[in-house]
Design a protein around this ligand. Structure first.
Ligand SMILES: Cc1cc2nc3c(=O)[nH]c(=O)nc-3n(C[C@H](O)[C@H](O)[C@H](O)COP(=O)(O)OP(=O)(O)OC[C@H]3O[C@@H](n4cnc5c(N)ncnc54)[C@H](O)[C@@H]3O)c2cc1C
Ligand code: FES
Ligand code: FES
Length: 468
């Protein structure tokens, strides 16, 4: 096992030993490195002022929030900050020059974050305006207004900066850090991960850290033992079989997006609204499920799609359907030492349609008040099969079976929807909180079922005319 983090800061190799494994990259940059170009705004992944770029061995440039990234995530990677962009003679980088030319900065506090998001975006295919807006949705600016910044992006993101794979410091073997009474492990394989979790069953698993990071920065929790999924290569895969999409628990939203979007366009659209690009470059669907928040966005869609989880403890695996995974408010069937290895999402069969919706106060970068997802099969105008998932309507993500039962076997028409809406009131008991009142949530939940009907009733007619 190695006892030091090896990474590259700009062009210089760094070895970090005796470092707090829950120190954030932002604290590290602004503290020991005295690199203050990267700003701290919110310290919770919301404002983008701390955006830096992580480069992997494959050359991928990911914009990430340094404020919720623990330093072990740097291992084997290159870290680029705004300080690394200017040329040796101090010449501005083209991204910086475009921001100057388009008057994209006033007070300048947000500017390093925008510049780093644009720097990462330049390594992708030429984005259109919508893609630029999406890439910048996690960067907030108080004074300039976004039009000049988006104009700068359109000038400079021409799809010509294809990243070259960079030779990074070799990192062989599991990283094991010890700092005071804290320990941290970054295993390389799922087998090693399983073994470490048997030895430390109460360890905190850190996948993307976009939830766990806030436990440290906002709740000031001490995490005595952390186990990172960052280097576990065999948990990062996303693959399609004949009837299933298999998502490794270490795969990020951004990794899973192409296949999910191809098969379930609505789910893809929802994922594009989870947090920001910086959050989706780190956050995982596995973490979203294990976190067991009643307002996590992916569980309702996955409930409707009848997803199942492969759970593993040591060498023992079990498969649990997602509708049996949540046992109470932030409670799951996971036992100490057990982890989610994989998420299996069945593909739609012929004739099935899928819809999902997220309702939040802001379109981007906001947790939902209510989420709803529906997978249904209508034959001859009759509901032959329906599965529903709701978020924000109970202490856990919920599959309201009473509503499914009320719809099954009935004509797919407005009268049926009105009847099922009445059933909803007894099937779901939402809370009032700062995001929404219980009455608002009930109203939205009813309306989302109606919306699904209105969007799919034509498809129902088509199905009726088609031979079955
Ligand atoms: C600014 C911001 C915006 C956000 N916006 C949204 C949003 O729009 N919608 C939304 O749903 N969420 C949102 N989130 C929450 C968060 O990004 C998601 O829940 C994300 O999916 C968590 O994944 P992660 O990999 O970062 O999990 P982590 O933070 O690494 O872990 C979360 C929990 O899951 C456990 N865990 C992780 N992986 C496993 C595993 N394989 N097996 C067992 N346990 C595991 C961890 O121990 C921890 O308890 C947001 C967060 C931030 C900071
Ligand atoms: S400081 Fe606001 S996102 Fe990091
Ligand atoms: S320029 Fe002031 S916050 Fe953006």
């Amino acid at each position: 096992m190695r006892d030091a983090i090896h990474f590259r800061l700009g062009t210089e190799d760094r070895i970090l030993r005796d470092v707090d494994p829950t120190m954030t990259v932002l604290e590290y940059l602004r503290g020991p490195e005295r690199m203050c170009g990267t700003k701290e705004g919110c310290a919770e992944g919301d404002c983008g002022a701390c955006t830096v770029v992580l480069v992997g061995a494959d050359g991928r440039h990911d914009a990430v929030n340094a404020c919720v990234l623990f330093v072990p995530a740097l291992d084997g990677r290159q870290l680029l900050t705004v300080e690394h962009l200017a040329g040796p003679d101090g010449a501005l980088h083209p991204v910086q020059q475009a921001m100057v030319d388009r008057h994209g900065s006033q007070c300048g506090f947000c500017t390093p974050g925008f510049v780093m998001s644009l720097y990462a975006l330049r390594t992708e295919a030429k984005p259109d305006r919508a893609a630029v807006n999406e890439a910048l949705a996690g960067n907030l600016c108080r004074c300039t207004g976004y039009r000049p910044i988006v104009d700068a992006a359109m000038d400079v993101c021409t799809g010509q900066d294809a990243p070259m794979p960079v030779p990074l410091p070799p990192t062989v073997g599991t990283l094991a850090l010890s700092y005071g009474d804290k320990r941290s492990f970054s295993p390389r394989t799922a087998d090693e991960l399983a073994g470490i979790l048997l030895d430390y069953p109460d360890a905190t698993i850190v996948a993307g850290g976009t939830d766990v990071g806030l436990w440290v920065t906002k709740q000031h929790k001490k995490l005595p033992v952390t186990v990172s999924l960052d280097a576990v290569a065999d948990l990062r895969g996303v693959e399609e079989t004949a009837d299933t999409i298999r998502i490794g628990a270490g795969a990020t939203y951004q990794d899973a997006l192409p296949l999910l979007e191809e098969h379930f366009p609505d789910f893809g659209a929802m994922i594009r609204r989870i947090g920001s690009r910086q959050i989706r470059n780190r956050g995982t669907i596995g973490g979203n499920i294990a976190n067991a928040s009643p307002i996590g966005d992916s569980p309702p869609a996955l409930l409707a799609l009848d997803a199942s989880l492969v759970l593993r403890r040591g060498d023992v695996r079990r498969t649990v359907r997602l509708d049996a995974f949540f046992t109470g408010y932030r409670q799951t069937v996971l036992t100490p030492g057990e982890f989610i290895e994989r998420i299996d999402v069945p593909l739609l069969s012929a004739g099935e349609v899928f819809r999902c919706y997220k309702v939040s106060k802001r379109f981007d970068q906001d947790i939902s008040a209510v989420c709803a997802a529906f997978r249904l099969r209508i034959e001859d105008g009759i509901v032959r099969d329906i599965r529903i998932g709701y978020g924000g309507m109970a202490a856990t993500p919920l599959r309201p079976r009473a509503v499914e039962d009320a719809l099954a076997g009935r004509p797919w028409n407005e009268a049926t929807i009105r009847m099922a809406q009445a059933v909803m009131d007894s099937a779901m008991a939402p809370l009032s909180d700062m995001r929404a009142s219980a009455l608002y949530r009930r109203t939205v939940a009813r309306n989302l079922l109606l919306k699904c009907f209105l969007e799919t009733k034509e498809e129902a007619v088509v199905t009726r005319l088609a031979p079955v």
